[in-house]
Design a protein around this ligand. Structure first.
Ligand SMILES: Cc1cc2nc3c(=O)[nH]c(=O)nc-3n(C[C@H](O)[C@H](O)[C@H](O)COP(=O)(O)O)c2cc1C
Length: 252
């Protein structure tokens, strides 16, 4: 392979960490990073080559890909680039998201040669799967990279069977975080919102049409001023039901 391309949407860094972990296992001379969390990158056309190896990472939202993935895939042209699909999820389950990612990539002309669901810190309750992918995960990701390398060197470009159901789970309506009165209008959330949903002149206001509930604003607010009505209940549910460590799952 000429280039290893890290392509990801990662508002809270978990998906990027999973992609980086796989990339570390390919000692490639040329590594390119395309961060789809940056709005400007989603407005560009991206064309790949058959000789590329693409590591494509997306987070799991309610067992599906985030709705913004349609906007991301629209601008990609795979041209049979060999691709590893990576879905990061917060230790509950990935349900249909990895299959959806594999299918979407395949529809855009990528040749998916491996697919993995990797546990990452839950961005809605960061005590669940805290600091994952951790050192054990990183070691496993490098091991997987070695297995994919061996598969490709053996001339095997077959797309694996990936866990998931069709029709996919129904997309869930999501709440929209807003700021409370402790918001001091520092603008950090507005500057960092991946969908530019937060009003620069009043950080308490969020456009529900644009917000995808990625939780980045909640996690980066220095005042802890951003939340939703449902968040406390979700946090409690995650703490009670998702504490037991799950491991990543791979399909090669
Ligand atoms: C709206 C929403 C829904 C989520 N749904 C799931 C889920 O169904 N299963 C799960 O295990 N984690 C779920 N998560 C957790 C994320 O998949 C996980 O934290 C992921 O690593 C976030 O990626 P990022 O760190 O790149 O933003 C959800 C997170 C959000 C914001």
């Amino acid at each position: 392979m000429k280039r290893v391309i890290k392509l990801h949407f990662s508002p809270n860094g978990g998906t990027k960490a999973a992609v980086d972990g796989v990339a570390a296992g390919f000692a490639a001379k040329k590594i390119v990073e395309i961060d789809m969390t940056v709005p400007a990158n989603r407005n560009m056309d991206w064309t790949f080559e058959e000789s590329d190896l693409v590591l494509a990472g997306m987070p799991v939202y309610s067992g599906r890909l985030p709705a913004i993935s349609a906007e991301i895939f629209k601008k990609l042209e795979g041209n049979q680039a060999k691709t590893i699909a990576i879905a990061s999820y917060g230790n509950r389950h990935y349900d249909d998201a990895l299959l959806e990612l594999t299918n979407e990539l395949s529809n855009k002309g990528f040749r998916v040669v491996a697919a993995g669901a990797v546990v990452a810190e839950h961005c809605l309750e960061t005590s669940v799967a805290a600091n994952r992918p951790d050192v054990n995960d990183q070691a496993k990701l490098q091991e997987i990279a070695g297995q994919v390398k061996a598969k490709l060197e053996a001339g095997n470009n077959q797309q694996p069977e990936v866990y998931g159901n069709m029709p996919y789970k129904e997309l869930k309506a999501t709440p929209t975080p807003t700021g409370n009165d402790t918001c001091d209008q520092c603008g950090l959330c507005a500057k960092n919102c991946p969908t530019e949903a937060i009003d620069f002149s009043d950080g308490r206001m969020t456009d529900p049409e644009l917000c995808i509930y990625c939780a980045r604003c909640i996690n980066i607010c220095p005042k802890g001023a951003r939340s939703t009505e449902k968040l406390a209940g979700t946090k409690q549910w995650l703490i009670e039901n998702c504490g037991e460590r799950r491991e990543m799952e791979w399909f090669l």
